[in-house]
Design a protein around this ligand. Structure first.
Ligand code: UDP
Ligand code: MG
Length: 340
């Protein structure tokens, strides 16, 4: 008998991955774990909990190791040092195997029992559901700054989302495998996904006070947040055509400079001198130089965009139907009635 037996490694299917970035949250972990296990078991038995210890200096990692020994569904990743929440989430996304990926904070402010509501909403046909903390239990300055920030972000991007920075979110696998996050861009995941053509929705959620420890961020986060918003807007809007952005300023300055210098030339030709208008002459020259610099920056940007074109300019495909029998449906989690 000449039968070739091929060993095929089948990876166990995972319905839900919960990605939890944490930094010095030892006191919250045991309660978080037990509430998560209770909630998730009611939705699906195929889940994994991915804890990313972002360089904690307290007992967080020892506690996680114990949980991992008790339950193989618990996976832990420990960073050598503190890299920040965005890096932790990004690493969690890479590790996640679930069809649906949930992110949440470890400080028990995000309520684990809300996860089934997020998943139900996702199953209505969205790619990403972001939590909306209707009664947010944070200090007034934090809530106020957040509201201003959310309003500006939603006006500038046209995405009607009320609460960008809620830790509790649900994603389809395709979203987490595609989005690239770094720095502090975890705040903008719904915006980044929106720019990539994913369908974004929001779900009202309850929110709790921080029970242990204190917030890991200070007030400079909002200033950094606005710079990050500019980066996100700029990269998404003008990455493919930097000359459209820089060229606009360049042409404006160049024309203003040409206008001023034409006037100076007119004075020189008509009266034989520029009648002491030296500051205006300098301004004209300056405007022209700045204008040309903007335009050359735009051209350099075009060259860079051209080099990276392969990555950036590919259309993002939602689904392909090649024959009539092919049925493409988003993956669903047990507990929701299948679509007709
Ligand atoms: N966090 C992290 N790395 C950091 C800062 C925070 O992994 O450098 C985690 C933190 O442990 C928590 C979540 O990110 O699980 C949100 O942090 P925090 O509760 O301090 O933020 P806030 O609720 O004040 O927005
Ligand atoms: Mg918190």
């Amino acid at each position: 008998m000449n039968i070739m037996t091929e060993k095929i490694k089948v990876e166990e299917a995972v319905d839900i991955s919960v990605v939890i970035p944490l930094y010095n949250e030892a006191e919250s972990l045991a309660e978080l774990y037990s509430r998560l296990v209770k909630t998730l078991s009611s939705v699906s038995n195929n889940y994994e909990l991915i804890f990313i210890d972002d360089g904690s200096k307290d007992d967080s990692f020892c506690i996680l190791e114990r949980l991992h020994k008790d339950n193989p569904k618990v996976k832990i990743i420990q960073f050598r040092r503190n890299y920040g929440k965005a890096a932790a989430i990004s690493t969690g996304f890479r590790e996640a195997k679930g069809e649906v990926v949930i992110t949440m904070d470890a400080d028990l402010q995000d309520i684990p029992e809300e996860i089934p509501n997020l998943i139900s909403k996702l199953n209505e046909g969205y790619d990403l559901i972001t939590g909306w903390r209707l009664k947010r239990l944070d200090s007034f300055p934090k809530r106020f700054a957040s509201r201003v920030f959310n309003t500006i972000a939603s006006l500038l991007t046209g995405l009607p989302i009320h609460d960008l920075n809620c830790g509790l979110k649900a994603y389809r696998k395709t979203v987490v495998k595609e989005l690239k996050i770094y720095g502090e861009l975890h705040r903008f995941l719904p915006l980044l996904a929106h720019c990539e053509g994913f369908r974004i929705g929001e779900q009202e959620l309850r929110h709790d006070l921080r029970k242990h420890g204190k917030s890991k961020y200070n007030s400079t986060r909002f200033l950094k947040g606005f710079f990050d918003l500019l980066t996100v807007l700029f990269l998404n809007k003008y990455l493919g055509s930097p000359l459209h952005f820089f060229g606009l300023f360049g042409i404006f300055f160049l024309f203003a400079g040409v206008g001023v210098n034409s006037y100076i030339t007119y004075l020189r030709v008509s009266f034989g001198n520029i009648q002491g208008r030296y500051p205006l002459l300098f301004l004209g020259v300056l405007l022209m130089v700045v204008g040309i610099q903007f335009i050359t920056t735009g051209l350099l940007g075009e060259m860079l965009a051209d080099i990276h074109q392969e990555n950036k300019e590919q259309p993002k495909i939602r689904c392909i139907r090649r024959n009539l029998n092919e049925k493409v449906l988003p993956a669903r989690i047990k507990g929701d009635s299948p679509p007709n």
